[in-house]
Design a protein. Structure first.
Length: 505
């Protein structure tokens, strides 16, 4: 990017900040988006505990029923960047409300599905609607909040991301326990309907309208290239349980090649002055974006898969019910919820150090839990692990929420949707790797030795590898920030007006 273009972008971002007028309804509008975001992310994991019941009730094969989970995750990831770009170019409020309405309709269709084919089709459509809704959440935060308020808002958003992933198993188990009968699994989908309808009605009243950016042309070749690349990379992962990695491993190479072509195409569009689907300057000139995306992707490799591992160990190894299995990991969710809200207020003060400390806490918590499950008496190990899981949850709250804030806070509002979509695409890819690899390690050890303790320790150890890699990247960024820090601490106004900050934003 040329110096003049960078300066122009800096002036544009500054003009947006200078003309900002806080909407008095912004906090109520935020809760509408968070509730919708919670539903969409919860549906990634909540269905897992109901798969055996769905398989029996609909007379489905294991490969068919796996698509109830993996099809949703795949459609979710495919839509994110394109949906974010459309929100930037058109109207975030309109796309959010339309996607939320579709999510409600397809949730009802999932609950009413008479057979596995229609259920999988409805889940694909539901995942697509969730993918169009998700990037509007972070973009609307960028639009509605500034300064310290933006950090607090992203704190709540980060808490929503973390809690929705961690509480999926317990929520699904609770619904199955309350909904008696063979058809009880349908309420896992029906519960979205009244909540979603209320969110649509409140959203129409509270969400701010978005002015068209004047850049309404969408990069259709970029949409096709990115979609094909993400599909090729994710398809073997979502088919891992049915041997997809061994059968179609070559799609990884095809996907990486297509994504390389996509990156080159985006750079060409920028050089010609056209509007790309995903501006490469997000990764090269926006402070913290590239590092934050990497930290988030690596963390979700370990974070997302551990819940399936715990469910397998507690339900199959120890004979727990789905509800009891979910309760065993509740301390993590509680720690994550509380820490994420607090961390959102501390991120401006401590910056990347908060992420480093959080990752250290997660590693210590999950590592200690693995040791307890390996060596402590089985009858008491799950409950003795509760304090360690709480420590891990507190650490997670200090990772997800601050990292989202630091990754997106300097993104210009006009690029907020695409930036949020790309960030969440990385997280979904990391989650797909984790949910495929960690249960794979679990079953590999179990198949060789029938040792549930050894299986859970091996899988948790693999999760820690991704988290250690995330910690190494975050620590490197923190040390670089310390080297670049001026000898005296500048106040926020000084930093915002500095030439370096103008160049980076």
């Amino acid at each position: 990017m040329t110096a003049s273009a960078s300066a122009a972008d800096g002036r544009h971002a500054g003009d947006q900040e200078a003309g900002y007028e806080p909407d008095p309804r912004r906090w109520r509008a935020l809760w509408v988006t968070l509730v919708a975001g919670f539903m969409s992310l919860l549906d990634v994991t909540i269905v897992a505990v109901a798969l055996p019941t769905i398989q029996r009730d609909l007379h489905a094969s294991p490969a068919q029923v796996q698509w109830v989970v993996s099809g949703y995750a795949l459609a979710f990831a495919l839509a994110l960047v394109t949906a974010g770009r459309l929100g930037d170019a058109l109207d975030r409020r309109r796309i959010f409300l339309l996607a939320l309405s579709c999510f409600v309709v397809f949730s009802a269709a999932c609950g009413a599905a008479p057979g596995i084919t229609l259920l999988v089709a409805a889940r694909l459509a539901q995942g697509l609607a969730a993918g169009f809704m998700a990037p509007q959440n972070s973009a609307l935060i960028q639009q509605m909040f500034r300064g310290a308020e933006r950090g607090r808002a992203f704190g709540f958003f980060g808490a929503t991301v973390g809690i929705s992933s961690a509480t999926g198993p317990i929520t699904g188990g609770a619904i199955l326990a309350l909904a008696s009968g063979a058809q009880g699994w349908r309420w896992i989908f029906y519960v979205n309907v009244p909540i979603g309808i209320l969110a649509v009605l409140l959203g129409r009243r509270l969400l701010p309208r978005t002015r068209r950016s004047g850049r309404g042309r969408v990069d259709l070749p970029g949409v096709v290239l990115l979609g094909l690349g993400v599909l090729a990379v994710m398809y073997p992962l979502v088919q891992a349980d049915s041997g997809g990695i061994g059968r179609v491993w070559w799609l990884f190479l095809v996907g990486l090649a297509i994504l390389a072509v996509f990156a080159r195409w985006q750079r060409r569009l920028v050089a010609r002055g056209a509007q790309p689907l995903l501006d490469p300057r997000l990764f090269t000139t926006v402070r913290g974006y590239a590092v934050g995306a990497g930290v988030g992707t690596l963390y979700f490799v370990g974070f997302s898969g551990v819940w399936l591992v715990f469910a397998l160990f507690y339900q199959h190894g120890l004979g727990f019910s789905p509800l009891r299995s979910g309760l065993a990991v509740t301390p993590f969710a509680l720690g994550s919820a509380g820490a994420a809200v607090v961390a959102g207020r501390l991120v401006d003060r401590f910056g990347r150090l908060l992420t480093v400390c959080g990752l250290t806490g997660v590693i210590l918590g999950l590592g200690g839990t693995a040791l307890l499950l390996r060596f402590a008496p089985l009858g008491s190990a799950p409950w003795a692990a509760a304090p360690l899981l709480f420590l891990g949850g507190v650490g997670s709250g200090c990772v997800v929420s601050p990292n989202i804030t630091m990754t997106l806070r300097d993104v210009p509002v006009r690029m907020a949707g695409a930036a949020g979509g790309a960030l969440q695409t990385g997280q979904r890819l990391g989650a797909a790797v984790g949910t495929a690899a960690l249960p794979g390690f679990f079953y590999l050890v179990l198949g060789r030795s029938h040792d549930y303790r050894g299986a859970v320790v091996t899988a948790l150890g693999a999760a820690l590898v991704g988290m250690v890699a995330s910690l190494a990247l975050a620590s490197s960024d923190w040390r670089r920030d310390r080297r670049m820090r001026p000898p005296h601490r500048k106040c926020p106004d000084e930093v915002a007006n500095s030439p370096m900050h103008a160049r980076q934003t």
